[in-house]
Design a protein around this ligand. Sequence first.
Ligand code: FAD
Length: 483
Amino acid sequence: MPLRTVEQYKDSLKDDRQVYFRGQRIPDVTAHPLVQTAIDHEATDYRLMHDPEYRELAVVQNPETGEEMSRYFLPPQNSEQLLKRSELIETACREGGTLVVLAKVVGSDALFGLLRTSRKIDEACGTAYHQRVKAFYDYCCKEDISFALAQTDTKGDRALRPSEQEDPDSYLRIVEEREDGIVVRGAKVHTSNTTHANEMIVLPTRAMGEEDKDYAVAFAIPLNTPGLKLLMSGYGSYTQRNSFDHPVSSGVKMTETLTIFDDVFVPNERIFLQGEWQFAGPLALSFVEYHRLTAISYKLPFLDLLAGAGRLMAEYNGIERAAHVKEKLFWLASYAETTRSLTHMACLKARATDFGMVIPDPPTVNIAKHHFAADFHQALSHVQDLAGGILVTAPAVEDLRSEETGPLIEKYMKGKKGTSGKERLQVINLIQDITTSDFGGYNAVLALHAEGSMEAEKMQLYREYDWQRVRDYAGKMARIGKE
Ligand SMILES: Cc1cc2nc3c(=O)[nH]c(=O)nc-3n(C[C@H](O)[C@H](O)[C@H](O)COP(=O)(O)OP(=O)(O)OC[C@H]3O[C@@H](n4cnc5c(N)ncnc54)[C@H](O)[C@@H]3O)c2cc1C
């Protein structure tokens, strides 16, 4: 079944995984209202493959088998393939109501990193990881698997290395090595969509030293593996929202879990790093090299929405010709288009790497991600400024529907001539939902931290930038060595 249907994807989730929410075990995730919304959102990726409008974008031929498969699984070999990948991520997110659809993109980002790095580990250490990674990759393409990706550890004291922590389980570690596999203990945090993905790929979160050997571990396991406990976040537990007051968040949801490995057994064929500490950093980075492109591609629909909502609100309020309003709308348009242009540029400047694969240009992709994250709160501020205080003081849908108060809303909530009270309230609710609600708060934190905090992008740009070139130029202009 290379192209799974939405129904096949949903059926695959009835597997008795151990999910907890607010202290209670969820016996069947497909029957839980909150997870159901998240499942429907993630199913976007499966829906697009069967939609004639998107099929060409979402489906490719597997270059090895000739079978149809999801485009997400195609290891990028040139700029054009990266651009198409980025377009698919942006399209899925737009179709998914501005919230990223991670089902296959996060796993394939990791698989590409693993395919490249496993060969290097094998060459350096005489291991046989690459054939395991390749077998897992083939299985994922064939079964059209959906993924969670667990990289971020709980980390304890951030100033200390994994092996220096007071609690040795602050980073995930190997506690037992057996003939047929390993046993791991610890926890990963913020792991998205574990409640409704099929497989979870686990990667190290940072570079390690020799003393951190037990923490240098990577593998993949199904989400119903015994000992895996998934504690779903209670933040923004928005169920049964009406689509009038919450036009976006009533229909979309991501879940995150504190992902606990309570002595979990991983069989040999699913282990991709076991103690080769010198490769923990390169493996983490090889995932991030693809994942930053995912990050900036999926942001684009949200940035379009901020600019569009700001413009709509200005028009409803009759302020669109004021100089300061044009200035803010210019800023929002420029913010969205600069991010989009950098995203495309990262693909166009694709860097050739090992084994015929390319990666998005590392400096450009990090500048793009940093540009997006650093200005996100400014964008929220501009849209909130254009909308006014009514964002947090507006009447609710019940007032509009009431015979007694409905006409008052029509009379007093309208804006400039030709606008209706109801429609103006709809625009207010849209901006409220995406900037001030718990969904707005979620997006603000997602912007700052998901796919790496801003310092991570700065560090990588600092490392990748061609300092020699600019340094030599400065030396030449200073006439060093000439006078
Ligand atoms: C909604 C959401 C979904 C996510 N989904 C996933 C997922 O699916 N899988 C996954 O693996 N991760 C996921 N993440 C995690 C994300 O990658 C991290 O949030 C990010 O890497 C930052 O790590 P942290 O949250 O632990 O913050 P911290 O690392 O604690 O960062 C907080 C601050 O401390 C600073 N800091 C941290 N360490 C040091 C240090 N040693 N020295 C100086 N300063 C330091 C940081 O720069 C930052 O300013 C998700 C995050 C969010 C918000």
